[in-house]
Design a protein around this ligand. Structure first.
Ligand code: NAD
Ligand code: UDP
Length: 321
């Protein structure tokens, strides 16, 4: 039998958060979504507002939050390079002050808390694939450092609370995830290519497209988060979460033009600073501890994502200007 829990999701109106909130409600939980709507529009969770077990708070986690809850999923943070570089100071505050505030809440309540960390803690990795024991290769002052170092500091704070206060932490290092409700203008590779393909614009490859990423469909990722949260308190992570199938960015572009039937040209643009060359998670820890592995193949996930973006195009939310 499922015992109803009270669950706080920070960043709940974002891409991952909105899927997580929906899944928690489906499971019968009470969900409070706290978001400042910096990158996640209210519209992402509007369909959930009819559910009496759902509550939406406009709140910035760099300020303390007082409420009662059994579980905290700390997802609040701009996640795409375009968004986090727009306000690097706020990004660091969200990672660091946000972690302290949410851990303070967890400590007071004895609640379990999940931290959405990231593959970016590995930086431009010198080890491949990345296992959790790899300590990373990060430029502390580079263009991505507000995010990479912010998330690394958040991990440090989580483990300090664990050591000092015994807080029940779950640190998940999320690798590139995609799916419906990605922000069309967030500059991430899947959303960019989808929008460009559907609008018939040039598909912009940064560099020569030989850099690799491993893409996880959102439903698989959310399932992994939910399972992780329900593991015993002594299993803290850090744990990689993602899909280990690795693709070159150029191959991704070709796949997306095929799926959308687009006649867009593929063009090369300069590579942004500190762009990692290769990235693929070793997920054996998640497989072993959670009996979990991703189920949705890239082609299938991209087709579902294309259906979402086609809907935006039909409704006028994506416009060729
Ligand atoms: P997103 O930008 O869609 O969602 C982030 C949400 O946090 C947004 O709704 C935003 O408004 C909110 N937010 C930002 N700053 C806030 C603040 N100070 N207070 C309250 N709310 C705030 O991004 P996402 O892809 O859903 O990512 C969610 C989390 O997962 C992030 O922490 C991100 O770092 C992590 N992550 C995501 C990926 C990915 O591929 N999607 C990969 C690694 C890690
Ligand atoms: N990328 C690209 N064209 C785009 C957007 C991104 O070639 O229009 C590349 C980017 O340089 C990176 C990869 O795709 O090598 C993934 O970028 P994204 O911003 O999605 O995520 P991250 O770099 O954080 O993994």
């Amino acid at each position: 039998m499922h015992l109803r829990k009270r669950v706080l999701v920070t960043g709940g109106s974002g891409f991952l958060g909105s899927h997580l909130c929906a899944r928690l409600l489906d499971a019968g939980d009470e969900v409070v979504c706290a978001d400042n709507f910096f990158t996640g529009p209210r519209a992402n969770v509007e369909p959930l507002l009819d559910n009496r077990r759902f509550e939406l708070l406009r709140h910035d986690i760099t300020f303390p939050l007082y409420l009662e809850t059994d579980r905290i999923f700390n997802l609040a943070c701009p996640a795409s390079p375009v968004h986090y570089r727009r306000d690097p100071v706020q990004t660091i505050k969200t990672c660091v002050h946000g972690a302290i505030n949410m851990l303070g809440l967890a400590k007071r309540l004895g609640a379990r808390i999940f931290q959405s960390s990231t593959s970016e803690v590995y930086g431009d990795p010198e080890e491949h694939p990345q296992t959790e024991s790899y300590v990373g290769h990060v430029n502390p002052i580079g263009e991505r450092s507000c995010y990479d170092e912010g998330k690394r500091c958040a991990e440090a704070i989580f483990f300090a609370y664990r050591r000092m206060h015994g807080t029940a932490i779950k640190v998940g290092r999320i690798f590139n995830t995609y799916g419906p409700r990605m922000h069309p203008n967030d500059g991430r590779v899947v959303s960019n290519f989808m929008v460009q393909a559907l609008l018939g614009r040039d598909i912009t490859i940064y560099g020569d497209g030989s850099q690799t990423r491993s893409f996880c469909y959102v439903d698989d990722l959310v399932e992994c988060m939910l399972r992780f949260m329900e593991t015993p308190d002594d299993f803290t992570g850090p744990m990689n979460m993602g899909n280990p199938e690795e693709y070159a960015v150029l191959d991704l572009a070709r796949l997306i033009t095929d799926i959308t039937g687009s006649s867009s040209r593929i063009v090369m643009r300069p590579l942004p600073g500190d762009d990692p060359v290769r990235r693929r998670p070793d997920i054996s820890l998640a497989e072993r501890r959670l009996d979990w592995k991703p189920r949705i193949a890239l082609k299938e996930g991209l087709s579902r994502t294309a259906t979402y973006f086609e809907g935006l195009l039909r409704s006028g939310e994506l416009r060729a200007d």
